[in-house]
Design a protein. Structure first.
Length: 180
């Protein structure tokens, strides 16, 4: 988190997404700067009767991380969405959310864009791709190709632990930076 704090205070980080298992980061308590940050959610259902239909974002990501990225992270230059300003009710930090355009003219867009618009329409948590993504080394082989396609490259690596029983948390902590 020192890396994020230092670079955020130097205005070198615009926003951060943590694509890690739940409760992997101390979050704002170590950053000390109001920048948009998010992590994969894992809130329990409000009642036990909802458990079968409840959406666990962190599990959705872990089940198929490449598909998750494609259907939930919108490149900043996407022509399929507009930007809407929002404010986080807990932190009062301003950020932008992508809003799918109401009309996608089939003559003006490629088949790939039209298919992508359908994925975005069905997304449970559509977000703009952040300037920095944080993940564990164990996830890198599963998503490095799609991250590179989105314009991300590994820009920092930090020791995590000697031993970890959870396969999802093994290896170093990696920072992927969006290269414009």
């Amino acid at each position: 988190m020192d890396y994020i704090r230092i670079n955020a205070q130097a205005d070198l980080i615009k926003d951060v997404g943590f694509i890690m298992p739940c409760h992997s980061t101390p979050f704002y308590s170590h950053v000390h700067k109001k920048i948009p940050m998010w992590f994969l959610s894992c809130e329990p259902p409000k009642t036990s009767s909802n458990i079968d239909s409840h959406y666990f974002e962190a599990q959705d990501f872990n089940d198929n991380p490449e598909d998750f990225i494609i259907k939930n992270l919108v490149p900043l230059n996407s022509k399929l969405v507009t930007r809407k300003k929002s404010i986080d009710s807990d932190t009062l930090i301003e950020f932008y959310i992508p809003v799918l355009k109401q009309k996608i003219d089939r003559l003006s867009y490629s088949v790939e864009d039209i298919n992508l618009a359908e994925l975005y329409k069905n997304s449970k948590k559509l977000r703009f791709a952040p300037s920095h993504l944080i993940l564990y080394d164990s996830m890198k082989p599963r998503i490095e190709k799609i991250l590179n396609k989105y314009g991300y490259t590994e820009c920092a690596r930090f020791f995590n632990t000697i031993w970890e029983s959870d396969e999802r948390r093994k290896g170093d902590v990696l920072v992927f930076c969006y290269e414009q």
